[in-house]
Design a protein around this ligand. Sequence first.
Ligand code: NAD
Ligand code: GLY
Length: 367
Amino acid sequence: MRTLNVNLGERSYPIYIGQNVLADSHCFLPYIKGRKAAIVTNETIAPLYLQRLIDSLPGKDVTSIVLPDGEAYKNWEVLQTIFDALLRDRHDRSTTLIALGGGVVGDMTGFAAACYQRGVAFIQVPTTLLSQVDSSVGGKTGINHPLGKNMIGAFYQPKSVVIDTSVLKTLPEKELSAGLAEVIKYGLICDEPFLVWLEEHIERLRHVDPESLIEAIERSCAAKADVVGTDEREAGLRAILNLGHTFGHAIESHQGYGAWLHGEAVAAGTAMALDMSCRLGWLSEAQRQRALRLLIRAGLPIAPPGEMTPDDFMKYMAIDKKVLDGQLRLVLLKQLGEAVVTSDFPYNILKDTLSADYQALAEQLGD
Ligand code: NAD
Ligand code: GLY
């Protein structure tokens, strides 16, 4: 088992990474102070892993809360059912919530923990690659609003993050690729040597090779922990973790939550950020194509939905959380391995990026 630390003073916490750590009580019991705990999961994951987790909590009085599966359920109504179950089973402030699932379960459980009785402890047990490398670390929690992704939420850190790589064996291939979008993101924004490593290991990752996965997850979590440790509440640096997300969230909101996987939307959004970085003269065409080829080899789309117009993008991008004082800020690349957050770009360059023909490029690069 490998252990990393997210350094946030008194809110610091460990990230445990390894095969079969789900069955290791030592990863859980020290972080559950009271007698009661509640596992929040969904109807897909429950039959696969719920009992294994319950078995790792000997002596605890456990409530299981099984949500419907899907991004479309990351909303107020479903959040309320978590509170219903906690109150029904008389969970008090000493309880601990445990999120067993992907980013949807993790974000909702974290938000429920932040709100329930003004805040109770929670543990993240991420079961998708995307949640293992990104959403379970850093304390962003929340739900969607029909008008915008993740618009209602709180910064609220878990007590620990337990990453069992063996659960990735049951993850659908498309979901694994979606997770790779966020892994590749770390290489693009802050770690060019990791990008080289990914170019060498992408096939092994897609074949769920345990050693390669552990390495990729550890390097991704280490990068995220570094950024979060410096800028927990996104006063500045943390925004670089949103490479491709402003365009990607617009795709998700426009298409209807769940129609595009988050990681797929991030990949197409990253292709748009690469395009704009090229137009601004920061990246060469060769660098852009190198990044796009890696996304394609990871099984990801590099073209946004053909029917989305620049106006469609602008409608959703105008309410992105990186908009400050009405000014749109974008994460772009100064070079491969160096991101910048900027509002200093000519509007016509953004317009050209929003209207570029990505499908043609995808065909040219062999998508
Ligand atoms: P998800 O939670 O919807 O999970 C994807 C699918 O895989 C679901 O159908 C799920 O039931 C299934 N699944 C999960 N684990 C499985 C397993 N081991 N075996 C078989 N099936 C499994 O999607 P996701 O990609 O994990 O997360 C996306 C969400 O995360 C979005 O809502 C996004 O906004 C959020 N997110 C949050 C942050 C953050 O910092 N908080 C960062 C990135 C993404
Ligand atoms: N996923 C972006 C962040 O955690 O800041």
